[in-house]
Design a binder for this molecule. Structure first.
Ligand SMILES: *Cc1c(COP(=O)(O)O)cnc(C)c1O
Length: 457
């Protein structure tokens, strides 16, 4: 180990972390000379032998460690700050259960996620319901269950919510999600806090709408929320956004409108390749500096930071397709229908071979692709990888967030199995979908049914 790995991108050569560097930053992974790559105390080959590939593997230990680090930073700050896991990053019931037992609430963006959070044992009183368009039935279900807070994203939604809550004879705790018009400096598809994004209420209109909220039946105005995007590594955009929210809180109070809460959103970035990870202390520090003296109840909604490092996707090489005069294509049995992030966001995921000898092997450029019939089905061009042959297994790292939740069955590829590792134990938490299960819920219109076979003679 210790060799430098380069990615020769089309724009030129850039340095990729070596397997040794990838592992050094991920202490839950170790290399055993006999069994190869080990997650916590479980050899990943044992999982692949038993369950086949592709298979998602989540680490309970990493989930707990991440949750505890966040909670420790909160405790150190002394702030009244609650942590609500963003369910959309990984909505498996076992994941939600682990985090609920650590004391986290939930941030949900649909009725389905709300139901999942409740099913995992998270009290509706600890759930924040976000999202730019909630249907009447989603709102009604959340209101009837006693959801703690609904983040409203438009004047129109506020009126709708008022009428739904009045009909049900209840009162909705509301925070207005404000778009602070701050550039989070992240990928355009995951930036949400710029004017022109579909998210949130324009900053200049927020105060008037907050006043309106006080006039509406069925609405209990609580305060303001913001969420400026995802995979943010610098505390600077967070501080800019929170400073704007702080002045909104002061303006509202000056206008005689009480403000009890500020919801600071999520978006804390992780290190997939060589990005600086957003430290919990830096994030909580940004909150403390800008909002700490406002005497409000605070909340945050991290997703990726907790779940991304806890997951990986194991895959096997189907074949190695040589190209005359160029790097070969390594075709693996995982594809964009399993892990969409590379094709969707040009995401880079670290790769480690599972076999012990491959962890130390020489490296060579190769294009890593899935079998789906789309040119976009690629996990990276010119990745420098050990010489991979048919049957070799690899782990795609940091797939715990926006991984399995974005899977589809495109190309009639069944959903991959999911496994949870916890210390030296592991368990299947979702069996591999069977091909026949792809169509069990499909129905054939009666007029397309085959004619009953006519009797011979
Ligand atoms: C997606 C989302 C989050 C979580 O974002 P991460 O980048 O995963 O931390 C939090 N709040 C809201 C409103 C979101 O839409």
């Amino acid at each position: 180990m210790g060799k430098e790995i380069h990615t020769l991108t089309d724009a030129g050569a850039t340095l990729d972390p070596s397997p040794a560097e990838l592992m050094a930053r991920r202490p839950y992974l170790t290399a055993d000379p006999v069994c190869g790559l080990v997650l916590e105390d479980v050899p990943l080959n044992a999982i692949a032998d038993a369950e086949g590939t592709p298979v998602w593997v989540m680490s309970a230990g990493v989930l707990r460690e991440r949750a505890r680090r966040l909670l420790a930073a909160v405790k150190d700050s002394g702030l009244p700050l609650s942590v609500h896991f963003a369910v959309k990053s990984n909505d498996h019931l076992a994941v939600l259960r682990i985090l609920a037992l650590e004391g986290l609430g939930a941030d949900v963006v649909s009725g389905g996620e709300f139901a999942r959070a409740c099913r995992a044992g998270i009290s509706p009183r600890r759930v924040i319901f976000s999202g730019v368009g909630k249907t009447d039935s989603e709102l009604d279900a959340a209101l009837m269950a006693g959801v703690a807070q609904i983040n409203v994203e438009s004047a129109e939604e506020l009126e709708i919510l008022s009428s739904r809550a009045s009909n049900l004879g209840c009162s909705a705790g509301v925070a207005l999600r404000v778009n602070p018009d701050v550039d989070a400096g992240t990928h355009e598809k995951i930036t949400t806090g710029l004017a022109g994004n579909k998210f949130g209420i324009p900053y200049a209109e927020a105060l008037a709408l907050y006043r309106r909220a006080y006039e509406l039946p069925g609405i209990k105005p609580l305060g303001f929320a913001t969420h400026i995007g995802s995979q943010i590594s610098s505390p600077v955009p967070f501080r800019q956004a929170y400073a704007r929210i702080a002045s909104l809180v002061r303006d509202a109070r000056a206008a005689g409108l009480p403000v009890e809460i500020v919801d600071c959103g999520g978006g804390l970035g992780v290190s997939y390749r060589d990005e600086t990870e957003c430290s919990p202390d830096a994030f909580v520090g940004a909150i403390r500096r800008e909002l700490g003296d406002l005497d409000v109840q605070l909340a945050m909604e991290p997703g990726r930071w907790i779940s991304a490092p806890a997951g990986m996707l194991l895959s096997s090489v189907i074949l190695r397709k040589s190209v005359t005069g160029g790097a070969p294509f390594i075709v693996i049995d995982a594809a964009m229908n399993d892990l969409a992030r590379p094709s969707l966001y040009d995401a880079w995921h670290g790769l480690l071979p599972l076999a012990p000898h491959l962890l130390h092997a020489d490296i060579e450029p190769a294009h890593l692709v899935g079998p789906v019939c789309e040119s976009g089905d690629s996990f990276g061009r010119n990745r420098l990888l050990p010489h991979l042959s048919r049957g070799d297994r690899i782990a795609l790292l940091d797939c715990g967030a926006y991984g399995s939740v974005m899977s589809s069955t495109y190309n009639a590829r069944p959903f991959a199995a999911q496994v949870l590792v916890d210390g030296n134990r592991w368990s299947v938490i979702r069996p591999r979908q069977k091909v026949e299960e792809l169509w069990t819920t499909e129905q054939m219109p009666e007029w397309l049914m085959p004619e009953p076979a006519s009797e011979a003679g």
